[in-house]
Design a protein around this ligand. Structure first.
Ligand SMILES: C[S@@+](CC[C@H](N)C(=O)[O-])C[C@H]1O[C@@H](n2cnc3c(N)ncnc32)[C@H](O)[C@@H]1O
Length: 387
C-alpha cells in the first residue's frame, strides 16, 4: 500500500510528539531548578526590595540593596523572567536592566494575604525533600515499608515537628499561606456556611490564621483554635479566638460547628472515620450526635462538620489529550490537586486526596446522615456534613 494522506498525517503527528517529548523530558529532568531559583530569590528578598521601590528596580540597585553578586543575580533573574515570574525592561547596559513586579512575583513577598513564600521555603527544606527519594521503595513494598517521611526521618511528620521547633514553625507558616487564601475565598464567596453558627472549633487549625480571619470578618462567632500543644505554644494571639491544645483522636472541644481544613488528607480512611466521629461528638448537644428532637431547624442546620479539602473528580483517570490547551491547564487546579496527592504519599502515613465518592464513603461510615459539596475559587471544596 502506497503512502496515502492518512499515513502522512500520522507521520507528522509522530514527529510532533517526538519533538515535544525531547523538550519535555529535559524540562522534567531540570524542573527542580524552578523551585531552587524561587527559593533563592525569596531568601534574598528580591520581590520585597522591588516592592519597596514601587514595583520596579534596576539590577544594580538590587545587587547593592541585597548585598549580592550582580552577575549571579542577573542569571537568576534572566531565568525567572523567562519563566514569567518577573518582567524585565531592557536597557543599554546589563546593570541598568529594570525588573518589574508581576502578580506572580508578588506571591514571593515575605508577607501579605497572597504570599506563598513560606510554603515554597517549607517544601524546599532538606527535611521535606528527603522523603521523595523513598517513593519507589514504598510503592514496591506494597505497603509493608514505612511511608517515605518516616523512612527518611525515623518518625512521622507530627512527631518530627514536636521535636524540631524550627521545622514546626516553618510548617505552621507554610500552612498559614493556604489558610489565608482559603479564608478569603470562604469569607468572600461561601459566607452562608456560617449562618446561625455561634461557636466554631477549627480542628488542627495550626497557628489560628484561618479562624483569626473568619472571626475578624464575622465577630459574632466565638472561635476555638484546636491543635497539638507544641503548635499552639508559638501561635500568635487572634482577637476572638481561644487556643486550646489537645489531641483530636481523643477529644475535641464542643461547639456548633467543627471545621477541618486540610487535616483529613493527612490520614488514612480508618483514622479519618475516627476523627469525624470525634467531631460528631463535639457538635452533639446531648451526646446523641446532634439528633436532639427539641431544637429548631435553624439550630440543627448550624450543627455540622465542615470539611475544607480538595475533591478529585471521580471519573478523572489522569489522561490528558495533546490537544488540550496549555493555558487552561495553567489556570486549572486539577493538576495541583493531583500533585497534592503525591505530597500526601511522600509526607504522611496513609494520607491522600480523595474523590467525591471516597468522601461520601467516609462520611457515611462516620455516621453522618447527609452532606453536600460546594466548590470554591481555591483548591478546597466546602463539604458540609450533618449528623
Ligand atoms: C496540614 S496542617 C493544616 C493546618 C490548618 N488547618 C491549615 O489548613 O492551615 C494539619 C494540622 O493538624 C495538626 N494535627 C496533627 N495531629 C493532630 C492531633 N492528633 N490533634 C490535633 N491536631 C493535630 C497539625 O499540628 C497541623 O497543624
Amino acid at each position: 500500500m502506497g503512502r496515502g494522506e492518512g499515513s502522512l498525517k500520522a507521520d507528522d503527528i509522530d514527529q510532533l510528539e517526538e519533538a515535544t517529548a525531547a523538550v519535555q523530558a529535559w524540562k522534567y529532568a531540570l524542573r527542580f531548578t524552578e523551585m531552587a531559583a524561587l527559593k533563592c530569590v525569596i531568601e534574598l528578598g528580591v520581590a520585597d526590595e522591588i516592592e519597596s521601590q514601587g514595583g520596579a528596580a534596576t539590577l544594580s540597585h538590587l545587587s547593592t540593596a541585597l548585598s549580592c553578586s550582580l552577575p549571579s543575580l542577573h542569571r537568576i533573574m534572566r531565568f525567572l523572567v523567562h519563566h514569567r515570574v518577573f518582567k524585565a525592561r531592557r536597557a543599554a547596559t546589563q546593570e541598568a536592566t529594570t525588573y518589574l513586579q508581576t502578580a506572580l512575583s508578588r506571591r514571593l513577598l515575605r508577607g501579605g494575604e497572597k504570599s506563598m513564600a513560606a510554603l515554597i521555603l517549607f517544601e524546599a527544606t532538606p527535611t521535606m525533600l528527603a522523603p521523595w527519594h523513598g517513593l519507589s521503595a514504598q510503592v514496591l513494598s506494597k505497603g509493608t515499608a514505612p511511608q517515605p517521611f518516616e523512612a527518611a526521618h525515623g518518625q512521622d511528620l507530627w512527631a518530627y515537628t514536636a521535636q524540631n521547633p524550627e521545622h514546626s514553625r516553618l510548617l505552621d507558616e507554610a500552612m498559614a499561606c493556604t489558610a489565608r487564601l482559603t479564608a478569603a475565598a470562604i469569607i468572600g464567596g461561601c459566607q452562608d456556611v456560617f449562618e446561625g453558627v455561634r461557636a466554631v472549633v477549627d480542628v488542627g487549625g495550626g497557628n489560628g490564621t484561618f479562624l483569626g480571619m473568619v472571626v475578624k470578618a464575622l465577630p459574632q462567632i466565638q472561635g476555638i483554635n484546636f491543635d497539638l500543644p507544641h503548635v499552639l505554644s508559638s501561635a500568635p494571639h487572634w482577637d476572638g479566638v481561644e487556643h486550646v491544645g489537645g489531641n483530636m483522636f481523643e477529644s475535641i472541644p464542643k461547639a456548633d460547628a467543627t471545621f477541618l481544613m486540610q487535616v483529613l488528607h493527612d490520614w488514612s480512611d480508618s483514622e479519618c472515620i475516627h476523627i469525624l466521629k470525634k467531631c460528631r461528638e463535639a457538635i452533639a448537644e446531648d451526646g446523641n450526635g446532634g439528633n436532639d428532637h427539641g431544637s429548631d431547624v435553624k439550630l440543627k442546620k448550624s450543627k455540622k462538620v465542615v470539611i475544607l479539602e480538595a475533591v478529585l473528580d471521580d471519573d478523572y483517570n489522569g489522561e490528558r489529550q495533546f490537544e488540550e490547551e496549555e493555558d487552561s491547564e495553567l489556570q486549572s487546579w486539577s493538576g495541583i490537586r493531583l500533585s497534592l496527592d503525591m505530597v500526601m504519599m511522600a509526607h504522611t502515613n496513609g494520607g491522600k486526596e480523595r474523590t467525591r465518592s471516597e468522601w461520601a464513603h467516609l462520611l457515611a461510615e462516620a455516621g453522618f446522615s447527609s452532606f453536600s459539596f460546594k466548590p470554591t475559587s481555591v483548591i478546597p471544596s466546602v463539604i458540609e456534613a450533618f449528623p
